[in-house]
Design a protein around this ligand. Structure first.
Ligand SMILES: NC(=O)c1ccc[n+]([C@@H]2O[C@H](COP(=O)([O-])OP(=O)(O)OC[C@H]3O[C@@H](n4cnc5c(N)ncnc54)[C@H](OP(=O)(O)O)[C@@H]3O)[C@@H](O)[C@H]2O)c1
Length: 484
């Protein structure tokens, strides 16, 4: 049932930071899977660029180990590992120096798509962009791919955009948010805009509220010092949750193409109202369940950075006036799960006795685990017990719907890299979107900094702090249970 794989054009993909964690865990194993699926052509070339001294053989060994470790594809499923490795090359380059660039230029071939993946710290983006352009490696049709975090506030995002725009046009810049590469996220658009069923109901007249939850069981562990400089708002809400919110709330674009989709997403972000302080709950996980607490992980006993945040948002436009959207994300929560729940209103009048209970439809879009969608519908409880109502799920998990082919669905990074090679920017963030998201985020963060707010402690493996529950209870609503 998985659609036919169409190979992309031959390409030269340069991965700056090709020896780093992201490249070894995600990018290279993902490319290997695309190679095995027949989507990455045999003529493709991947060049890793970093400062470490290494030759192509050394790099191939590093990638072989990485693929074995990070579940790229079991060798018995794809005997092509050596073939794939032979497509890899390595060049020693310092992003901030002059050495290595000429060698890199000589490795690039004529008449292939050129893509440069910046899998390095954002502080190096400008240096690499400048050298690519000034040393004649990137022509008008070259693409650059940049990773998160894209800034830590509006000013730094604007500075980053400016440093890239000095050398590349917007249609060459691919800002990755890997949530947009997930199968279900794209299915969300297919369900909304490919069916007559949902769109007429997709507004405040029929939808009571929407909940978006991204919960993790892990803490910040060894990344505590790094994480403490950002926190859940910057690390998750400003980008991933915001992108999900845009897709769920945007108007139908005129076409499924980059400009039209991104225009509609931008309108959603710009229509977001400022968030009232009492509509925000922040938390830090406490010690327990065999692990230290957040502050110990962050190595700062006075840290005020949140490892959990829940907030209530409003979009001020005709479609959504009066329908709140609740966002929630955190670490050390009771299950690892990401989902969007669209909670419809109750029927305006019930023809059934009070015994029948109160019911409402909920459309759940699961991003992990077990990607899929579920629509809760109300039916009569079977049996002779009179007219009692019960909610049952119409479940479409991809593994059930697609059978054994479900494993063939590419993961987010694989899909996004192939989109870069195809030159399709639909699933990437545009510069103005990122800036608009920071423009909404900045005052919220500044607010709690000004008020010296300290996040509340919450128990590890719980649903987060009590304040988050109250945020919903005050409105007569409740969060969906966090469960895998
Ligand atoms: N890891 C993840 O899961 C993840 C997830 C989302 C986003 N990201 C983002 O992805 C980027 C890379 O993250 P990472 O975790 O892979 O970092 P990392 O493990 O620290 O790797 C950094 C890479 O950059 C290279 N590098 C550092 N300085 C350089 C220079 N001056 N010139 C050339 N290469 C240089 C390093 O190699 P040498 O030391 O040999 O030069 C290494 O290959 C970051 O922007 C990060 O925020 C990472």
């Amino acid at each position: 049932m998985v659609s036919r794989v169409i190979p992309v054009d031959p390409f030269d993909l340069v991965v700056f930071g090709g020896t780093g964690d992201l490249a070894r865990r995600k990018i290279l194993p993902g490319l290997f899977r695309r190679f095995c699926a027949g989507q990455m052509p045999a003529e493709a070339q991947i060049i890793a660029a970093a400062r470490s001294e290494m030759d192509a053989e050394g790099y191939r060994k590093m990638v072989r180990d990485a693929i074995n470790e990070f579940d790229g594809q079991r060798p018995d499923e794809c005997p092509e590992l050596e073939n794939f490795l032979s497509r890899l090359n390595y060049v020693q380059v310092d992003a901030q120096g002059d050495g290595g660039w000429q060698e890199l230029k000589e490795m690039l071939r004529k008449d292939t798509v050129k893509a440069f993946y910046f899998s390095v710290a954002p502080s190096l983006f400008g240096d690499i962009a400048e050298r690519l352009k000034n040393k004649g490696l990137a022509k008008r049709d070259a693409r650059i791919v940049v990773e998160k975090p894209f800034g830590r506030d509006l000013a730094s995002a604007q500075a980053l955009n400016k440093s890239l725009a000095a050398y590349f046009n917007e249609d060459q810049i691919y800002r990755i948010d890997h949530y947009l590469g997930k199968e279900t996220v794209q299915n969300l658009m297919a369900v909304r805009f490919g069916n007559m069923l949902f769109e007429p109901l997709w507004n405040s007249q029929y939808i009571d509220h929407i909940q978006i939850t991204v919960a993790e069981t892990v803490g910040v562990g060894g990344r505590g010092g790094y994480y403490d400089k950002s926190g859940a708002m910057r690390d998750m809400v400003q980008n991933h949750l915001m992108q999900l919110l845009c897709l769920i709330a945007m108007e139908p674009p005129s076409r499924f193409e980059p400009g039209a989709v991104r225009d509609e997403k931008l309108k959603v972000i710009r229509a977001l109202e400022p968030v009232e302080p009492h509509h925000i709950a922040r938390g830090q996980y406490d010690a327990g369940a065999g692990e230290a607490g957040y502050r110990e992980h962050a190595e700062d006993p006075r840290s005020r950075t949140e490892s959990f945040i829940a907030l209530k948002c409003h979009i001020s436009n005709w479609r959504w006036a009066g329908t709140p959207i609740y966002l929630r994300t955190g670490k050390r929560l009771k299950a690892r799960t990401s989902e969007i729940a669209v909670v419809f209103k109750e029927t305006p009048h019930s023809i059934f006795d009070e015994d029948a209970g109160r019911h409402r439809n909920i459309l759940t879009i699961r991003l992990q685990p077990n990607e899929g969608m579920e629509l809760g519908v109300t039916i009569k409880e079977p049996g002779p017990g009179g007219m009692r109502l019960v909610d049952v799920p119409l479940d479409m998990s991809f593994s059930d719907a697609l059978g054994p082919d479900a494993d063939e669905v590419p993961d987010a990074y694989e899909r996004l890299i192939m989109d870069v090679i195809r030159g399709n920017q639909t699933l990437f963030m545009r510069g103005d979107e990122v800036e608009a998201a920071w423009a909404w985020t900045d005052p919220i963060i500044q607010g709690w900094e000004t008020r010296n707010e300290v996040p509340k402690l919450y128990d590890p493996m719980s649903s987060g702090p009590e304040d988050a529950l109250m945020l919903m209870h005050r409105d007569g609503r409740k969060w969906r249970e966090i469960k895998a």
